[in-house]
Write a protein that binds this ligand. Structure first.
Ligand code: HEC
Ligand code: HEC
Length: 291
């Protein structure tokens, strides 16, 4: 009797292991289908000026668009995710030093990465939030590229990407935005120049950097980083709706909110928003008030 029960328990256990293995196999297959998809895009070439005013504008954009959070302040690259379940993903060394961009990474390659989320083989990059940069105007995108190309070479060890099983499953289920090329309208034409002014219109343009966490409608929700706190609603129906312009500026520069909360920079990157100019923060404030 006892050995019969044991036999059945073993069979059930084996069955479960088999089901798990098959399920993981299916997810792994689907994951690679996303990775292997090739995109036929026409990268529109634009001039990249190299003057010092453009490079200075590019430095500011590099900081406020969050490039440094993943590629490092000096562009040397950074390990962003390192977890046995999620995987290991590093922001590329964006200089032309060892472990960085190859010598043939030209302006078109920069534009392909930033506006289309694609690598040299026209396949999607991983985790690089190009969907937030795809609509930036020609002047801004050219300034960022000019700044990056003007930085000194840094040598770093190359950290190959390795996705873990949990990371693959979350990406296939669409719980993390891992495949930027899938989130971009590749046929869109970006404006040559948006007007920079303290207006809601300019605020909408800037808010692309907030949508990755606060969601496209900026109403917040689940944190895109597994285990992170819920992301706040920053439309007029949330706390921001009750804040004055000055309170908003203080909150985004110090992390202190009028409700007495200290936002943690690792959850809400206020060290990045602290670098926005007054004009940029006012524009964001005015835009959020319209939502
Ligand atoms: C959330 C993190 C994150 C942010 C923010 C980010 N990147 Fe990336 N970026 C990555 C990762 C990860 C890769 C490597 C992707 C890969 O190898 O598939 C990458 C790759 C790149 C590449 C190399 C593409 C290639 O073909 O090798 C360029 C160029 C680049 N990023 C530029 C930028 C610039 C400029 C900004 C800011 C406007 C920026 N990135 C912001 C994570 C980020
Ligand atoms: C990396 C993810 C991330 C990005 C990018 C991000 N936020 Fe946040 N933000 C959060 C999280 C998470 C919270 C909630 C933190 C908490 O509750 O401790 C938050 C909270 C806030 C708050 C406080 C809201 C409240 O009710 O107290 C404001 C205001 C805010 N974010 C504005 C912005 C703006 C504006 C941008 C774009 C320029 C932005 N955030 C970009 C993750 C992000």
């Amino acid at each position: 009797m006892f050995s019969k029960v044991l036999k059945w328990a073993c069979r059930v256990l084996l069955g479960l292991v088999l089901i798990c293995a098959i399920t993981y196999g299916v997810f792994s297959f689907l994951f690679h289908r996303h990775l292997d998809k090739s995109y036929a895009v026409t990268v529109r070439d634009i001039p990249i000026p190299g003057d010092s005013a453009t490079i200075a504008a590019g430095k500011h954009l590099y900081e406020i668009r969050g490039c440094g959070e993943c590629h490092g302040a000096d562009l040397r690259g950074r390990l962003i995710v390192d977890d046995p379940g999620l995987g290991r993903i590093a922001g590329t060394n964006l200089t032309y030093g060892k472990g960085g961009l190859s010598a043939d990474f030209d302006n078109k390659a920069w534009l392909r990465a930033l506006r289309h989320g694609l690598n040299a083989e026209n396949k999607t990059l991983l985790l690089m939030p190009s969907q937030e940069f795809a609509r930036m105007d020609d002047r801004d995108i050219a300034a960022i590229i000019a700044f990056c190309k003007a930085q000194p070479e840094v040598d770093t060890p190359n950290i190959p990407t390795k996705m873990g099983p949990v990371g693959k499953v979350l990406a296939v289920l669409g719980k993390i935005d891992l495949f930027p090329a899938e989130l971009i309208d590749h046929a869109q034409q970006q404006p040559a120049m948006v007007v920079k002014a303290p207006t809601a219109d300019y605020g909408r343009y800037l808010s692309a950097s907030c949508t990755g966490c606060h969601k496209p409608g900026l109403t917040g929700g689940d944190n895109p980083v597994p285990g992170g706190p819920p992301v706040a609603n920053i439309t007029s129906t949330g706390h921001v709706g009750k804040w004055s312009k000055d309170e908003f500026i203080t909150a985004l520069r110090t992390g202190n909110t009028p409700e007495g909360k200290q936002l943690q920079a690792k959850d809400m990157p206020w060290t990045m928003t602290a670098r926005y100019t007054d004009e940029e923060l006012i524009a964001l404030y005015l835009y959020l008030k319209t939502l």
